[in-house]
Write a protein that binds this ligand. Structure first.
Ligand SMILES: C[S@@+](CC[C@H](N)C(=O)[O-])C[C@H]1O[C@@H](n2cnc3c(N)ncnc32)[C@H](O)[C@@H]1O
Length: 190
């Protein structure tokens, strides 16, 4: 199976009732991120149907979830319609987030960053740098192998995110049984 990369690919995948990445458990890493330092606002990059954004909103944060799949965003909005507190779901490309001004206290991404080629990675880093407050943490879960054939490893991410971010930690993961890492990036103080 070819991994989806475009919004049309993801729209097709989200029209199906289940997706192969649809792990509904809330990752411990995300739970830890939300508990540390009393953050009040969060940005989710590539939120899909919004499960993780909704979890973070339930913890009392103001949340914006962004995804370029209109089908995913429609499902995210429908899923959250009856929640007492709802994330703000935005249909948009995370490499062009002009509609948002931030700053957010934290940001997270479970499975979006590894979709990008080198140019996409640079645009993503530039947007998250602009939107995350100095000292804020970006948590990324990424596969070790990218559909775009771009190297993904602690060393590669350290380079791509410098100098705006410091790689504070990287831990091997077998989430979804795939060789992957959790990365903690801290936005440099200006
Ligand atoms: C593997 S899915 C993960 C979705 C969700 N985080 C989860 O774990 O259920 C990757 C998501 O990134 C989104 N995505 C990929 N490239 C994107 C881009 N350039 N802008 C916005 N969303 C993007 C896809 O539409 C998809 O929803």
């Amino acid at each position: 199976m070819t991994a989806p990369t475009t919004s049309a690919d993801f729209d097709r995948a989200y029209r199906s009732p289940i997706t192969f990445w649809g792990d509904i458990r809330i990752p411990e890493e995300l739970q830890t991120l939300v508990r540390q330092g009393a953050p009040r606002s969060a940005l989710e990059l590539g939120c899909g149907v919004g499960r993780f954004s909704r979890y973070v909103a339930r913890q009392g944060l103001r949340v914006t979830g962004v995804d370029f799949s209109s089908v995913a965003i429609a499902k995210a909005r429908a899923g959250a319609a009856k929640d007492d507190v709802r994330p703000d779901f935005l249909e948009g490309d995370v490499t062009h987030l002009e509609a948002l001004s931030g700053p957010y206290d934290i940001a997270f991404d479970v499975g979006c960053f590894h979709c990008f080629d080198a140019q996409g990675q640079r645009a993503y880093v530039s947007e998250v740098s602009r939107l995350l407050k100095p000292g804020g943490t970006l948590l990324v879960w990424a596969l070790d192998s990218s559909p775009a054939d771009v190297p993904l490893s602690p060393a590669a991410l350290k380079d791509v995110f410098a100098p705006g971010f410091e790689l504070a930690d990287a831990r091997k993961s077998r989430r979804r049984l795939a060789a992957s890492h959790w990365y903690w990036m801290v936005r440099a103080s200006r």
